[in-house]
Every structure is written in structure tokens, then in C-alpha cells.
Write a protein that binds this ligand. Structure first.
Ligand SMILES: [Zn+2]
Length: 219
């Protein structure tokens, strides 16, 4: 099946359904947004929505960065600032996937880095940053997250909470979110296999990571 095109809400609903179906997240653990390139508004999932049952009416069109929404639109997710603060600092980003994926969150809470073990992990993620715990939905957390990715990082862990994954399209953000949790599951398995002897799991060769950084790598 090809990726749904057209309306951002259809693409985001596809992400939500697939994220729950594949065990990336449990039903309501996260929120999703997308904006048309160059727009000062974004569509974001409504407060309390279930990710695997997103209808077009469960999205709110909000202003960036104030979060104003139109009459008749549902109340946006309580974490809307996490999206708008990042859009305000990253004009190249048009989709933000914020999920609470269990293995990524567990490893980060235990102080382990998520290793880029395969060429796919390296190609899609390149670098994973992490920030300390902040109150979900707070201005402080949204600003800290936005500042952490302002330099171009597209995969961020929010300690004891979740991830924020960015891209210029919903499809690429989805691929990054899938690869982030897959990298975390592989890292978790590697730590078990080495019985915790090494806190640093071997990554792809540095030369490949450098090629990814130069935009010269393929997978
Ligand atoms: Zn959250």
C-alpha cells in the first residue's frame, strides 16, 4: 500500500492507526501534528483522542506559536506547545510525531543511550538527543524541546515521558518514529545479550554516520 497523500489529517490518522497496530504505542499515548509548508498554522490531534481512531473531526487547526484555534474546532491536545514551539524554530519541519514508545522511554529513564545499530537507524535518525523530565504540556518542556532540536536534530527523547520526532513530511517522520523504537528495542536486546557488561552498544561505523551527515549515504 502506498502512503496516503493529500489531506494532512488523513496522513496523520494513518500514522496513529499504524503506531497502535504495530505496538509502537498504546492507544492514547501521544499526539500528532502537520503543517502545510510555510504556513503559520498546523493541524494537531484533539485532547483525549485515541490514535487508532482518528477522524478528520478530531483535529484542530491551531496558530503557531500561540495555539489559537477556530470556533467549532475541538480542544487541541494539552501538549500543543510541544509542537508549536518546535515549528516556530524549525521552518524546515512540517510534521511532528510525539509518542510514548515504551522501550525508548525505558532506556532513556535508565540512563542508556539508544544506539544506532543498523544502517537504517543511522540513515533515518542520524542523532538522538534527550532532555530532562519536564511537566507534560508545560511551556518549559515545550521550549526545552524546541531548543534541543533547533540545530537540526530530528529525534528527541523527553525523559520519563516520550519522544518528539520531526521531518519535512508525515511519511518521513513516521519512518523516523518507527526506527527510533526499533533502535531502542535492538539496544535493549543487546544489553540483555551482553548482560549489562557494556553500557554502550556498538553502533554503525563512524564513517557511515559521517556520510549520512553529508547526505551521501543510502539504505
Ligand atoms: Zn506526551
Amino acid at each position: 500500500m502506498s502512503y496516503p497523500d493529500g489531506d494532512l489529517r488523513d496522513q496523520l490518522a494513518h500514522v496513529g492507526a499504524e503506531a497502535v497496530r504495530t505496538g509502537l504505542v498504546i492507544g492514547s499515548g501521544g499526539n500528532l501534528s502537520g503543517r502545510m509548508a510555510g504556513s503559520d498554522q498546523c493541524w494537531i490531534t484533539a485532547a483525549g483522542s485515541w490514535l487508532d481512531r482518528l477522524e478528520p473531526t478530531e483535529f484542530s487547526l491551531i496558530s503557531i506559536p500561540e495555539g489559537r484555534f477556530r470556533d467549532g474546532h475541538p480542544q487541541p491536545s494539552s501538549e500543543w506547545r510541544l509542537h508549536t514551539e518546535t515549528y516556530a524554530r524549525r521552518p524546515d519541519v512540517n510534521a511532528i510525531i510525539h509518542l510514548h514508545p515504551q522501550t525508548s522511554v525505558l532506556l532513556t529513564a535508565l540512563g542508556y543511550d539508544i544506539a544506532l545499530i543498523t544502517s537504517d537507524h543511522a540513515y533515518y535518525l542520524r542523532e538522538i538527543a534527550a532532555i530532562p523530565f519536564g511537566q507534560p504540556g508545560s511551556v518549559e518542556l515545550a521550549v526545552a524541546a524546541a531548543e534541543a532540536v533547533a540545530g537540526g536534530i530530528n529525534a528527541l527523547m523527553l525523559d520519563h515521558h516520550g519522544c518528539s520526532v520531526l521531518a519535512d513530511s508525515v511519511e518521513l517522520a513516521h519512518k523516523r518514529a518507527v526506527n527510533l523504537e526499533e533502535a531502542a528495542r535492538s539496544t535493549y536486546a543487546a544489553l540483555l545479550l551482553t548482560a549489562g557488561r557494556s553500557r554502550r552498544v556498538p553502533q554503525v561505523p563512524e564513517a557511515f554516520l559521517e556520510a549520512v551527515g553529508r547526505g551521501e549515504a543510502q539504505v
